[in-house]
Design a protein around this ligand. Structure first.
Ligand code: HEC
Ligand code: HEC
Ligand code: HEC
Length: 284
C-alpha cells in the first residue's frame, strides 16, 4: 500500500493545488521564481553583483559583435565574439539549472561565421541568440532585480526597542494629528504634534546612512526644513488654507518621495518572499 503515499497522495495534492489556483485564477497570479542559487552571485552573499555585471558585459559584447559584423571588420570582431562566448556560457556555469535555457547552437554559429568572415550569418546568429536573452528576461528579469537588489528594510530599526514600522505609524499619526487639530482650531496641539513630527523625522534621517554611505542623504533636507518652518509660522498666524498647503507639500517631500522609491520596492519584495502557504491558499 506504500504506493498510496508515494504516488496517489502527492497527485491528489497537486490536483488540489491546481484546482485552487484554477478556481481562483482571477484572484491569484502565478509568477516564476528564479532559482535561489542566484543569491550567491549577489550582495550580501557575494562582494560584487557578479550576475548583473556578467549581463552588462553580454549586452556590450552583443552590440560590439553586431557593430563589427556590419562594418565587416575582421580585426576587431574576434575578441568580442570570444568574450561573448565566455560570458554567455558563464550563465550556465553560475546556475546549472539554466543551462537548458541557453541557445548553444546560435552561440557556436556566431563563432563559426566569425571565423569564416561570413558577416550576414554572424548578424543572423546574433539575432537568434538575442531571442534566448529575451525569453529568459521575460520570465525572470524583473523578479530577480526585485528579489536581490531592492533595498531591504526588514532589519532597519530606529532604536533597538523601536521598529522601523512602528516609527512610520507614529510619523503618520503626527501628520494627521496636525491636520485634525489645525482644522478644528486647536493650534497648541497642532504645534506640539509638529514638534513631534520634526523630532521623528530627525530620528528617521539617522537610518539613511545604513545604506547611503557614499551618496549621503540629508533627511530632513533643506527644502523640508523650510516647509516645516513655514508650516509652524502658518499654524500660529496663517490661514487654514496656508496650513493645508504647507502640510501637503511636506507630506510629498518628506514621505511620498521616499515611499515612491523605497516603500514600493520593499513592499513588492516582501510580498514575493512570503513563504508559500497552503493553508492560506485554502482559506482563499
Ligand atoms: C537564463 C536566463 C538569462 C539569459 C539567457 C540572459 N539573461 Fe540577462 N538577465 C537575467 C536576469 C535574471 C537578469 C536580472 C538581473 C538583475 O536585474 O539583477 C538579467 C538582466 C540583464 C541585463 C540588465 C538589464 C538592466 O538594464 O538592468 C542585461 C543588459 C542583460 N540581462 C543582457 C543579457 C543578454 C545580452 C543576454 C543574451 C546574450 C542575456 N542577458 C541572457 C537572466 C538571463
Ligand atoms: C536598506 C537600505 C536603505 C536605506 C535604509 C535607505 N535607502 Fe535610500 N536607497 C537605497 C538604495 C540601494 C538606493 C538606490 C536604488 C537603486 O539605485 O537601485 C536608494 C535610493 C534612494 C533614493 C532615490 C535615488 C536617489 O539617490 O535620489 C532616495 C530619494 C532615497 N534612497 C532616500 C532615502 C532616505 C531619505 C533614506 C533615509 C530616511 C533612505 N533612502 C534609506 C537603500 C536604502
Ligand atoms: C526611507 C524612506 C521613507 C521615508 C522618508 C518615509 N517612509 Fe514611511 N515607509 C517606508 C518604508 C520602506 C515602509 C514599509 C515598511 C515596512 O513595510 O516594514 C514605510 C511604511 C510606512 C507606513 C505604513 C506602516 C505600516 O503600518 O505598515 C506609513 C503609515 C508610513 N510609512 C508613513 C510615513 C510618513 C507619514 C512619512 C513622512 C513623515 C514617511 N513614512 C516617511 C519608507 C519611508
Amino acid at each position: 500500500m506504500r504506493w498510496i503515499y508515494s504516488i496517489l497522495l502527492p497527485s491528489i495534492l497537486v490536483l488540489l493545488a491546481a484546482g485552487i489556483v484554477y478556481k481562483h485564477k482571477n484572484k491569484a497570479t502565478i509568477i516564476k521564481v528564479p532559482p535561489t542559487e542566484l543569491a550567491q552571485w549577489y550582495k550580501p552573499d557575494n562582494k560584487r553583483q557578479v550576475w548583473l555585471h556578467n549581463m552588462f558585459k553580454l549586452r556590450r559584447e552583443m552590440q560590439a559583435v553586431l557593430f563589427y559584423a556590419e562594418q565587416k571588420d575582421n580585426e576587431h570582431i574576434a575578441k568580442w565574439a570570444q568574450q561573448l562566448n565566455e560570458h554567455y556560457l558563464k550563465i550556465g556555469e553560475m546556475i546549472p539549472s539554466w543551462n537548458k535555457k541557453l541557445d548553444k547552437s546560435a552561440l557556436s554559429s556566431i563563432q563559426t561565421n566569425v571565423a569564416n568572415q561570413d558577416y550576414p550569418n554572424v548578424i543572423a546568429a546574433v539575432n537568434t541568440l538575442q531571442k534566448s536573452c529575451d525569453s529568459c528576461h521575460d520570465d525572470y528579469q524583473a523578479i530577480t532585480a526585485l528579489t536581490y537588489r531592492a533595498p531591504d528594510f526588514s532589519s532597519i530599526e530606529i532604536t533597538p526597542s523601536l521598529s522601523f514600522n512602528s516609527h512610520m505609524q507614529a510619523l503618520s499619526k503626527n501628520v494627521n494629528q496636525i491636520k485634525i487639530a489645525s482644522e478644528d482650531g486647536m493650534p497648541d496641539l497642532a504645534l506640539s504634534s509638529l514638534t513631534e513630527l520634526n523630532n521623528g523625522m530627525n530620528e528617521l534621517g539617522e537610518t539613511c546612512v545604513n545604506c547611503h554611505k557614499k551618496d549621503r542623504k540629508t533627511y530632513p533636507s533643506e527644502q523640508m526644513n523650510n516647509t516645516l518652518l513655514s508650516l509652524e509660522q502658518n499654524l500660529k498666524t496663517g490661514s487654514l488654507k496656508a496650513q493645508g498647503r504647507d502640510l501637503g507639500t511636506l507630506a510629498v517631500l518628506a514621505c511620498a518621495r521616499c515611499h515612491g522609491t523605497h516603500r514600493l520596492a520593499f513592499g513588492a519584495k516582501s510580498l514575493l518572499s512570503k513563504e508559500p502557504n497552503l493553508a492560506e491558499l485554502l482559506k482563499h
